[in-house]
Design a protein around this ligand. Structure first.
Ligand code: UD1
Length: 427
């Protein structure tokens, strides 16, 4: 496997208030690519296309290599070939899992294919408590014996998993994906109630169907899966990243002379577009593209994050920056991760007027002029919000610890530079 360059000690220097104009190609969705890579464990070989070459993909690749998989990355072509015909262990150690919670996605595939899996229990996370109890509870209902010992989830299903009627008490994206992958090779029919409807869940279902799985209802809250004996190798292209699209839509609304985003799926960002419209920002929409320009006046709007098709929690931080430029007071409520507000303190350093109200709510008072400063990237989407703030701030901003950004945004600085931004990585 070829390695990407890590940016642990790297910083990003951005000079703000430069109008952006030109084209940006949206990359493949990280949150689709990760479960797709985990799904490779259900068969011998998978060729995945439109994979964003970001740090989380590298972590998942290392994890699969740790299990004995062989990985070939064609970085420039955004392709990954995974061969799992000779795995040597079913244990995903903490070393990999700690880097990325989505590692839990290998639990369902390993357990259903090999009757056994050991995955380190995912640790805490900057955006708040993120348990995996619902993944475990539903796998148990499918007949797995699961215990947590010395920080490791030890799962066994000697005679294979059994199809069952399951339900998620809370909508969970990776939970739904894990169970769907477990159910495709289980005996009999599995019904998942209150399933996540995110486009990434549907993308995974489409991949699994191409591999030979029998799945109905993905994209609705009731998914039915009939287990099959085995799946076969395929080639599959991942959907575009809706969060990356949303991030550049906000950048364009704030500082775009004319920004054209292509290779996207407008339907996947509908909730974001509707909120932009409510804020007085109108976009030109094509079949797979958007053109966006700086808004003359931004109106305050209230945001509440919800599972898809609601407003995504992964866009909350970026939208907050937009609302610092709205004329009046907006309220943002994150119902999915009520503690996901680490970016607030950093945005305050840049001059924003934001108050934490408790209970997962903040109020944003606009319009405030932002001025460049040194800030710290704390998690992936928080980092994106700092980039947006830096692009509109007066003067220079230095963002520390940009490895968070590189977990999920492919070639962000190159993309922004290409459309006229002044942005560079420094040591
Ligand atoms: C996925 C996304 C992440 C996004 C999140 C919510 C991936 C790789 N990551 O994360 O970018 O922010 O969806 O859209 O796709 N919960 C439980 N018990 C569980 C599982 C979840 O209580 O077993 C809770 C969580 O704490 C949270 C809510 O359910 O409050 C939703 O979380 P979930 O959808 O599971 O998030 P992830 O799948 O981890």
């Amino acid at each position: 496997m070829s390695f990407f360059r890590l940016s642990f000690s790297m910083k990003l220097e951005i000079s703000g208030q430069r109008e952006l104009s030109g084209e940006i190609r949206i990359s493949g969705a990280k949150n689709s690519a990760l479960p797709a890579m985990a799904a490779s464990l259900l068969t011998d070989e998978l060729l995945l296309e439109n994979i964003p070459m970001v740090e989380d993909i590298r972590s998942m690749a290392l994890l699969i290599e740790g299990l004995g998989g062989r990985i070939k990355i064609q970085k420039k072509k955004n392709k990954i070939k995974i061969n799992n015909n000779n795995l040597k262990t079913v244990e995903a150690p903490y070393e990999y899992v700690k880097k990325m919670r989505a590692s839990i996605l290998v639990l369902g595939p390993l357990l259903t294919r090999f009757g056994e899996a050991r995955v380190a229990y995912p640790g805490g996370c900057k955006i708040g408590a993120r348990p995996v109890d619902l993944h475990i509870e539903n796998l148990k209902r499918m007949g797995a014996e699961i215990r947590v010992e010395h920080g490791t989830i030890i799962a066994k299903a000697k005679d294979g998993l059994k199809g069952s009627r399951l339900s998620f008490e809370k909508v969970s994206v990776t939970g739904t994906e894990n169970i769907m992958m477990a159910a495709v090779l289980a005996e009999g029919e599995t019904i998942i109630e209150n399933a996540a409807k995110e486009p990434e869940v549907t993308d995974l279902a489409n991949l699994l169907i191409k591999m030979g799985a029998k799945i109905e209802g993905a994209g609705t809250d009731l998914i039915k899966i009939k287990g099959v004996k085995e799946l076969h190798p395929v080639e599959y292209s991942i959907i575009p990243d809706r969060i990356e699209t949303g991030t550049y839509l906000i950048i364009g609304s704030l500082i775009g002379k004319e920004l054209h985003l292509y290779n996207t799926i407008p339907e996947h960002v509908r909730s974001i577009v509707l909120k932009l419209n409510e804020a007085g920002i109108f976009l030109e929409e094509g079949k797979d593209s958007f053109t966006v320009k700086r808004a003359k006046k931004i109106l305050p709007v209230d945001i509440e994050t919800q599972p898809f098709p609601g407003f995504p929690t992964d866009m909350q931080a970026q939208f907050m920056v937009l609302l610092t430029q709205a004329e009046g007071r907006s309220i943002i409520r994150d119902t999915i991760f009520p503690g996901r507000f680490h970016h607030v303190d950093e945005l305050l350093r840049l001059g924003a007027n934001i108050k934490k109200l408790g209970n997962g709510e903040v109020s944003v008072m606009g319009k405030t002029e932002l001025s460049g400063a040194e800030v710290l990237a704390t998690d992936l989407r928080a980092s994106a919000s700092l980039v947006i703030a830096a692009l509109i701030a007066n003067g220079k901003t230095i963002i520390h610890d940009i490895f968070h950004l590189e977990r999920g945004y492919e070639r962000l600085s190159e993309k922004i530079k290409k459309v006229g931004g002044k942005i560079k990585k420094i040591k």
